[in-house]
Design a protein around this ligand. Sequence first.
Ligand code: PGA
Length: 240
Amino acid sequence: MDNNKLIIGNMKMNLTLKEVKEYIKQIEPDKNFYVCPPSIYLSYFNDLGYNTGIQNVSEFDMGAYTGEISAIQAVSMGVDLVIVGHSERRMYLYETDEIINNKVKKSLLSGMDVVLCIGETFEEKEQNKTKDKLNRQLIEDLKNLYKEDIKHVIIAYEPIWAIGTGKIPTNEEISDISNFIKNTVNKIYGLKPKVLYGGSINENNIEELNKINSIDGFLIGGACLKPNKFKKIIETVDKK
Ligand code: PGA
């Protein structure tokens, strides 16, 4: 990980093979961004030289776990980054903090950088419980790591109410949360992690979001599916 702002496109469960083939014609690989395609398409992107991440890994090593992909297998495909604990997996696939902690540990052991997603619901925000929630997620999801590991952990702050909704927090709110996350991890491990923001980022709001000094990059969902929108976001972040 270098000092440039990190841009990661999370494609989620989108695109057919035909659409992937179109996509790669429209956006060239570049060291300044990552794509996290559905796993079955990873080799298309890897073979062309894109930086790739995987959207999830198993909490187990290898063996009889039908449908799962292990961290070791992801690394063997040339993947060096993994998204862990996305709110959609916490919600729809019932991933607990304990499962997420196992996935973080397996991924780090295999040599991948981990993008750990954390964030509050709208109700938690309304009840002023954002920091309590984030504090708990950080403690439980990063349990029993070594200080050295934190160099390979990136925290993505993704308010659940901002994902795919068009609503985003103010720059001041994001900056305050980013500092809170860095200080919380620093208190536990003596190191500050990189912090990304994610949730409803698009080609129009990226310029404003890019003004937040304490943010080290962005995790982009919907807007990364359209090559021209994604390119505009990348160019805006690089320009600064
Ligand atoms: P969005 O998704 O950009 O579509 O809001 C972000 C994410 O879920 O990572």
